[in-house]
Design a protein around this ligand. Structure first.
Ligand code: NDP
Ligand code: 8X3
Length: 250
């Protein structure tokens, strides 16, 4: 029997690779995002029996409700929720940061994720499904300018682990995936640039969306008695050493 995944942020990067990978492995996918033309292209490429496009802004709870209510019968029973949609805006020190950027990250990375999770929990419990969230190493290791993005990803990591406790005994599996550098459109959003040569990770041999999608598929297809609680991935070129000392204070 084919299973159904609900993948947020499927118009680019990790989410798009995840839809392709899960479909290739026999899953049906609800693919979400704001860029309708990209969702339509996925449906066209992979087939309307495999992919259902749900176009909405995750910050709009009413639009989210409407999209869930409108799921065709074949896609309505969700077995896997991939909480992936997210963004980082600005790399400024907190004292110079834009409050609008901060609010956008909190609304998208935190509020929308918990609202969607809460809405899909009844069907996930009924079907003994799984939740996989894409947090970040930024939730564990601090870097300058990370501020609210890092805080939001610490929330994703921790909320996801907390779900494990609440869902104990339901058979629902829950995993927090915490990646380091992944080459996607994310870094351009982050720098506010449209120019690929501004990619922060250029020349750094980062991971790809496919690397994370393969990890998601692997976790989703493990035997039902096995739960990966959290998994942290980095490219070989990245590590977590980052202590700094300021010898003079001005
Ligand atoms: P991309 O920018 O390539 O993709 C982001 C996806 O999120 C897009 O599909 C976008 O869709 C969707 N999205 C963003 N805001 C909204 C919104 N308001 N409503 C609906 N969808 C939205 O980035 P990645 O694939 O790299 O990022 C995916 C996740 O991985 C994020 O949560 C990010 O924090 C996390 N991550 C990324 C890392 C990296 O180095 N790239 C490292 C660690 C974690 P659309 O714009 O069409 O709405
Ligand atoms: C750092 C991962 O999410 O801060 O390489 O961009 S993130």
């Amino acid at each position: 029997m084919s299973r159904t995944a609900f993948v947020t942020g499927a118009t680019a990067g990790i989410g798009e690779a995840t839809v392709r990978t899960l479909v290739a492995s026999g899953w049906r996918c609800v693919a979400t995002g704001r860029r309708k033309e990209r969702l339509d292209a996925l449906v066209e490429e992979l087939g309307a029996d495999k992919v259902h496009a749900a176009c909405f802004d995750v910050r709009d709870a009413e639009a989210m409700d409407a999209a869930i209510t409108a799921l065709p019968e074949a896609f309505a029973g969700i077995d896997l929720l991939v909480n992936n949609a997210g963004l980082a805006q600005g790399l400024s020190p907190a004292q110079e940061a834009s409050l609008d950027d901060w609010q956008t990250m909190i609304d998208t990375n935190v509020t929308a994720m918990v609202v969607l999770t809460r809405k899909l929990l009844p069907t996930l419990i009924e079907r003994k499904g799984a939740i996989i969230a894409i947090g970040s190493v930024a939730g564990s290791y601090i870097y300058p300018g990370g501020n609210v993005y890092a805080g939001s990803k610490a929330f994703v990591n921790h909320f996801t682990l907390a779900l494990r406790a609440d869902l104990h005994g339901t058979g629902v599996r829950v995993t927090s995936i915490e990646p380091g550098m992944v080459e996607t459109e994310f870094t351009l959003v982050r720098t506010g640039s449209q120019d690929a040569s501004d990619d922060l990770y250029r020349g750094a041999d980062p991971m790809t969306g496919q690397d994370i999608a393969d990890t998601i598929r692997w976790i989703a297809e493990l035997p039902p008695h096995l739960n990966i609680n959290r998994i942290e991935l980095m490219p070989v070129s990245q590590d977590f050493a980052g202590f700094r000392v300021a010898r003079e204070h001005h």
